[in-house]
Design a protein around this ligand. Structure first.
Ligand SMILES: C[S@@+](CC[C@H](N)C(=O)[O-])C[C@H]1O[C@@H](n2cnc3c(N)ncnc32)[C@H](O)[C@@H]1O
Length: 342
C-alpha cells in the first residue's frame, strides 16, 4: 500500500467500532445458546454449571465465558462468573433490552457476506437469505418486537384514531406479514373486543404467534395462519388490514396488493401501513437515527425489495380508490399511512 498509514485517531476509532461489533457478537452467542439466560438463573457459576444449565457443550462455554468476561458481559466473583449490568441488559426480558442490537449485528455480518458475493452478478435471492442462518431466524421476530413494540403501544396506537374507532364496534383486524404476532397481541390486549387474524409466509412466525395467543388465553379471538399476501382471501370483510414493515416485501406487485386491500375492507374500514420512511434527501441518511436504515436497504435489495417514501404509499392508496392520511413518528423516521375505503 502507498501513502501514509491511517492516523492514530482513525485507527483508534475503527478499533473501537470493531470491538463494539465483537462485543455484540459475543452477546449474540450468549443469547442464542441460552447462556445469558442460564446465568440469570444462577447466582454465581463456573463454566461447567453454565453449560449444564443451558444444555450446552462445556468446551464452547469455557471459551465463551472467557470472551464474555474480556468484553465486560461477565465478572468473576470468588472463582465463579456473574452477569454484569451490561450482560443483564442483553436479556430478552430486560426493560429496553439490548438484544436487538446483538441480533442485528450478526444479521448484518451475514447479509454483508451475501451482498459481497452477489455484487458482481446482481442476483437477488429473495427472502430465503434470512433463513440461511438457522440460529438467526427464531430471533428475527423478537428483535422486531423489542425494537417496535414499545413505540407502537406508547406512541402510534394512541395517535392513530382508527384503532379506537374499530375497537368501539368490536371489529375484525388482519395483519398481513405479521411476523411473530406482536402487533396483534398488543392490539388484542389494549382492546378486548377485537378479533384478529395474522398471516405470514414463514412457519416459524406463525408458530410463535399461535403459541403466544394460546399462552395469553386469547386464542379464541386471535389466530395466526400461514399464507401468502398475494393470494390472500379474507374470511370476512375487515375493519383494519395492517401491514407492518411488510409492504416493501410485496411492492413489486403493488396493484394486486392494493386491490386485495380495497376488496377485503368494509366500507369505512382502513388499511394501516407502517414502514420506515425512506428520506427524499440523501443527507438525512447520515443522521445517527437513520443510518441503519441505509444498510437495511441493502439487506432489502438482496431480498428483492427496497424501502418506500410515504408519498408513494399514499399514491398507491389513491390509485386503488382509498383515501390516504400520512402520520409521521420518531422525528419522521417512521411513517404510518392509513388508507380508508369510502
Ligand atoms: C420485516 S418482517 C415484519 C414482520 C412484522 N410485521 C413486524 O413488524 O415485526 C416482514 C414479514 O412479512 C412476511 N412476508 C413477506 N412477504 C410475504 C408474503 N408474500 N406473504 C406472507 N408473508 C410475507 C415475512 O415472512 C416477514 O415476517
Amino acid at each position: 500500500m502507498e501513502g501514509a498509514p491511517a492516523s492514530l485517531g482513525l485507527r483508534e476509532t475503527i478499533m473501537k467500532d470493531m470491538q463494539g461489533a465483537v462485543r455484540l457478537a459475543i452477546a449474540y452467542v450468549g443469547l442464542s445458546g441460552g447462556l445469558l439466560q442460564a446465568m440469570a438463573g444462577l447466582s454465581r457459576a463456573d463454566a461447567a454449571a453454565v453449560a449444564s444449565a443451558a444444555h450446552a457443550d462445556e468446551g464452547y462455554v469455557v471459551r465463551w465465558c472467557d470472551a464474555a468476561y474480556a468484553f465486560g458481559l461477565l465478572d468473576e466473583q470468588s472463582g465463579g462468573f456473574v452477569l454484569t449490568e451490561l450482560g443483564r441488559a442483553f436479556l430478552p426480558d430486560a426493560p429496553g433490552t439490548l438484544m436487538p442490537f446483538a441480533v442485528q449485528e450478526v444479521l448484518t455480518a451475514h447479509i454483508a457476506e451475501r451482498a459481497a458475493g452477489l455484487m458482481k452478478t446482481g442476483e437477488r435471492p429473495g427472502e430465503s437469505v434470512l433463513a440461511e442462518r438457522a440460529t438467526i431466524l427464531p430471533w428475527f421476530g423478537p428483535m422486531l418486537e423489542a425494537q417496535f413494540g414499545p413505540v407502537f403501544e406508547k406512541t402510534i396506537m394512541p395517535a392513530v384514531p382508527v384503532y379506537e374507532r374499530t375497537a368501539g364496534r368490536g371489529g375484525f383486524v388482519i395483519d398481513l406479514g405479521c411476523g411473530n404476532g406482536w402487533y396483534l397481541m398488543r392490539l388484542a390486549r389494549a382492546y378486548p373486543g377485537l378479533r384478529c387474524l395474522g398471516i405470514d409466509g414463514f412457519d416459524e412466525n406463525v408458530r410463535q404467534g399461535q403459541a403466544r395467543a394460546e399462552a395469553a388465553g386469547v386464542a379464541d379471538r386471535v389466530r395466526f395462519a400461514k399464507g401468502d399476501i398475494y393470494g390472500f382471501e379474507s374470511p370476512e370483510p375487515a375493519d383494519i388490514i395492517a401491514l407492518n414493515r411488510a409492504l416493501h416485501h410485496v411492492w413489486d406487485e403493488k396493484d394486486t396488493v392494493f386491490r386485495i386491500l380495497h376488496d377485503h375492507l368494509k366500507p369505512g374500514g382502513a388499511a394501516v401501513i407502517w414502514e420506515p420512511h425512506w428520506p427524499a434527501d440523501r443527507a438525512a441518511l447520515r443522521e445517527p437515527g437513520r443510518r441503519m436504515v441505509a444498510f437495511q436497504n441493502l439487506t432489502e435489495h438482496v431480498q428483492g425489495n427496497h424501502f418506500l417514501r410515504p408519498s408513494e404509499i399514499a399514491d398507491a392508496f389513491r390509485a386503488a380508490g382509498l383515501v390516504p392520511e400520512v402520520y409521521d413518528f420518531l422525528e419522521g423516521r417512521e411513517a404510518v399511512v392509513v388508507g380508508t375505503r369510502p
